[in-house]
Structures are given as structure tokens and as C-alpha cells.
Design a protein around this ligand. Structure first.
Ligand code: GLY
Length: 373
């Protein structure tokens, strides 16, 4: 059953990605970020002007093109992936911002494991250096940016930028990367993970790393749990365990998983914030978690995670996947509820993690992806 569903959904992923790539040609290099009913919205009002340089989501589009190339062997996808990556790659060594992990893990590090093309490794390493330079020794973490306004901000989102560092430490000969990723995770566990396993979004830290105050930018309130933030943390812990096998990440993963399981609706697709049980769902949170558990389950000691990963993926495929006519793959993604922006849409990062989760059900892909480390 699940195999047929996976096969059918992967065919749809490939078909839509080709159609999207054709359609986006006219507005190249505006990166697709959000889709409503008429197509990927690349119009870029004040809010989305970063779309031109890829915002924090441009790497997911490139990642989807690489996945399609891997599945089909069709150079159409590879040529497109390279063309878009050429536009994004200057950002790997530019501003010190945690988003380089979101940008270059899917677009360069992960495709390097699939293609072994050296320039992808070079780009991903450059981005990893940028992230290492952002590490603040006093605060013991990677802040979201090095600017005056943001250098004290520890965000839960950063956990899913860390896979770039674990990849760099494991396969790109950057010895210090695992240590920095571990120290950042320790700071996250200390400042943002609560005793009940829920997570806060933002901690403002003093120069010694003590919490000055908690905030929430995308969740309901400082004391609540924003579901996508929680998914970033859980997926980050799963990647830490996948790349290092360290029991520290195992413990954190189980703590975060326990909260997720206990507080999510039966289908595993949480409301945008766990405090709002009548509010919008966020399918991206489930896709982020599903793919990370399926990746983890490729390690022989971690097979137990395959079952919950597959369960989540099956629910997404059966109840949250758009029909072929819509440009996006997953519906019911809540991008930014407090700002009232795109609270029920398709988002490129959700589509990427959904497609990656589907790929992680394919035996050959599961074998190949072990080359990440
Ligand atoms: N910055 C990551 C997110 O909005 O989920």
C-alpha cells in the first residue's frame, strides 16, 4: 500500500517540478516561496522582496530539482538545479546569518551525497564556514545573525540549520563543526526546551549565555509552543543522532518526540501552535519530522523510527497532498500566523521535505543517502 502511494506521489512530484521549472523560467531568478491557487507567487511585495536572492527558502527549490534529477536521470533537472544554484551560491560566503544551513544543505550538501560533484561540496563547505564564523563563544551558540539587533537571539529554527555542520564534520573534513553543533544544541536544550518537552521560539541571551527573556515571533506567545519551531528542533536532534550516533541527541529527540506525540492530533499534523487547538494546521511541521525520522531509520541501530516516519508520511500523502493541477505538493501549510501572512498555503520548504521523505522510502535512495556521512 505505502509503496504504491510513494510511487504515485513521486511521479506527481516529478511532473509538478518540471511544470514549475518551465513556468518559473519567465521570472528567473525569482525563487518560488509560497503558492496559492494561481501558481508560485513570485510577485514580491514589500514582504517578499528577498525572494529575488532566495530569502531563506530558495535552497529547497534547488533541492527538489536535484531530487528529480536523481530519480529520473534527466539532465533537464540538473541543468535547472545548476542555473538556480549559480544565482544562490554567492550567499554561501556573504552575510553571517544562520539561514545558510537552510539554503545550502538541500541545494549543495545533500546533492553532493547523490552526485559526488565536487563543486557542490565546495559551495556547501563555504556555507558551513560562514555558520562556524557566526558561533558566539561567550553565549555558546549560533545566533540568527551577527547584527547588533540580532546577535543575542537564539532561535529554535537554527536547529535545522545544523545538518550543514554535521555534514561538514562527517564528510568534508571540518573537525570543529561537530563540536560547535553540539554546543549550540546544548544551549538550545538549556534555554528553549522545557521540562515537559515543549519548546520556546526565541531566547534573548546576555553575553555569558544566560536567558534575559523569552519571545515568540511566529508562535502565539513566549510560553507556548510553535509547532514548526518544535519540528525544526526535533528534526535537528534526529540529524545530530544520524550523523554522530551520540546518545545526547537520542535523549533530546525522545524528549521532543514525546511532546509531539502526546499533543498532536491523531494524524500527526499539528495546529500551527500547540496552544490553539482550533487554529490552522501546519503540514510542514509533519513533513519536516517525517523526513528526519525516515533518514534516521537508514542507520541500522535506528530502525524503530521507520514506523512513525511512515505513519506521518502516509497521513500527509492521503490527506494533505494537492491534486495534480495545483503547483504545490502539500496543502495546509501555515507560514506566519501572527503576521497573518500565508496561513493556509503551499510552501517550498514543506514540499521539499515531503518529497525527500518519499525518496527516503525508496531502497536505492536510502542506500545512497548514507553517503552524507
Ligand atoms: N525561519 C524558519 C521558519 O519560518 O520556519
Amino acid at each position: 500500500m505505502i509503496n504504491e502511494l510513494v510511487e504515485e506521489q513521486l511521479q506527481i512530484c516529478i511532473q509538478k517540478t518540471r511544470r514549475n521549472a518551465d513556468a518559473l523560467d519567465a521570472s528567473f531568478p525569482r525563487f518560488p516561496h509560497v503558492a496559492h491557487h494561481r501558481g508560485w507567487d513570485t510577485s514580491g511585495d514589500e514582504e517578499w522582496k528577498q525572494l529575488v536572492n532566495g530569502y531563506w527558502t530558495g535552497g529547497f527549490w534547488i533541492g527538489m530539482l536535484w531530487l528529480c534529477h536523481h530519480l529520473t536521470g534527466d539532465d533537464y533537472f540538473k541543468d535547472n538545479a545548476r542555473r538556480w544554484l549559480q544565482k544562490l551560491s554567492p550567499r554561501a560566503g556573504a552575510r553571517l546569518i544562520h539561514d545558510v544551513g537552510f539554503l545550502f544543505y538541500p541545494s549543495a550538501a545533500l546533492p553532493f551525497a547523490l552526485t559526488r560533484e565536487k563543486d557542490l561540496q565546495i559551495t556547501a563547505k563555504r556555507a558551513a564556514y560562514t555558520m562556524l564564523r557566526l558561533f558566539d563563544k561567550g553565549r555558546g551558540c549560533i545566533p540568527i545573525q551577527d547584527t547588533e539587533e540580532h546577535k543575542d537571539v537564539l532561535a529554535i529554527d537554527t536547529m535545522m540549520n545544523l545538518p550543514l555542520l554535521w555534514w561538514a564534520g562527517a564528510s568534508a573534513d571540518m573537525a570543529e563543526a561537530h563540536d560547535i553543533a553540539r554546543r549550540h544544541t546544548e544551549a538550545t536544550a538549556r534555554c528553549l526546551v522545557r521540562a515537559d518537552g515543549s519548546t520556546a521560539h526565541i531566547a534573548r541571551l546576555d553575553p555569558q549565555g544566560k536567558v534575559v527573556r523569552l519571545e515568540s515571533w511566529q508562535g502565539e506567545a513566549p510560553e507556548t509552543c510553535w509547532s514548526r519551531g518544535h519540528a525544526w528542533a526535533l528534526a535537528g536532534a534526529a540529524h545530530g543522532l544520524f550523523f554522530t550516533g551520540d546518545a545526547f541527541y537520542d535523549k533530546l529527540l525522545r524528549t521532543l518526540w514525546h511532546f509531539f506525540e502526546k499533543n498532536s492530533p491523531e494524524d500527526g499534523v499539528p495546529h500551527w501552535d500547540y496552544s490553539d487547538s482550533g487554529g490552522e494546521r501546519d503540514a510542514s511541521a509533519a513533513a519536516i519530522i517525517a523526513h528526519s525520522l525516515l533518514l534516521l531509520s537508514t542507520s541500522s541501530q535506528e530502525r524503530e523510527w521507520a514506523e512513525p516516519g511512515l505513519r506521518l508520511l502516509q497521513n500527509l500523502a492521503e490527506h494533505y497532498a494537492h491534486g495534480v493541477e495545483h503547483p504545490g505538493l502539500l496543502k495546509k501549510v501555515c507560514f506566519h500566523k501572527p503576521a497573518g501572512i500565508d496561513v493556509d498555503c503551499s510552501c517550498m520548504f514543506a514540499d521539499f521535505y515531503y518529497m525527500l521523505a518519499l525518496c527516503l522510502c525508496v531502497p536505492d535512495f536510502r542506500k545512497q543517502i548514507r553517503k552524507l556521512k
